[in-house]
Design a protein around this ligand. Structure first.
Ligand SMILES: [Zn+2]
Length: 137
């Protein structure tokens, strides 16, 4: 007999229940608040469809393992991993989108962007240290 996880929208609780077959057992109610509007979390993907669970996945430290937020390639790898977590919710073009974002990011870093007209962060000259501070060598 499979154990299903149920979510209770009333109290944001979740609980497991032993269920025979595909239908919910009669008189099913949230053990915490007694609410009967509980939803079965059919699969991991289905669980991830709720915003709450998605935030949970994002908060999972293992999701960020090896992520270097200063490295666009690392972020892209992570984003693709996240796309797999989101399943069909992420959409078929997820990986493609990530690649485009990566290319954009890499182009910007290399200073190859032609559309830098209104870019405030782009071409800011590096401040050179003033050498008139009177520091003796
Ligand atoms: Zn409840």
């Amino acid at each position: 007999m499979p154990i299903y996880e149920y979510l209770c929208p009333s109290c944001n609780g979740r609980f497991q229940k032993l269920v025979s077959g595909f239908s919910d057992p009669p008189g099913l109610a949230c053990p915490r608040c007694g609410g009967q509007e509980v939803r079965r979390a059919i699969s991991r993907v289905a669980v991830l469809k709720s915003e709450e669970a998605r935030a949970e996945a994002l908060a999972d430290p293992s999701m960020f393992a090896g992520l270097d937020e200063n490295d666009p390639k690392s972020i892209a790898r992570w984003a693709k991993k996240l796309g797999k977590e989101l399943g069909e919710d992420a959409g078929e073009d997820w990986d493609e989108m990530v690649d485009e974002m990566l290319e954009e990011e890499m182009g910007r870093e290399a200073g190859e962007g032609d559309e830098a007209d209104g870019d405030e962060d782009g071409a800011r000259p590096k401040k050179s240290a003033p050498d008139d501070l009177g520091w003796a060598d």
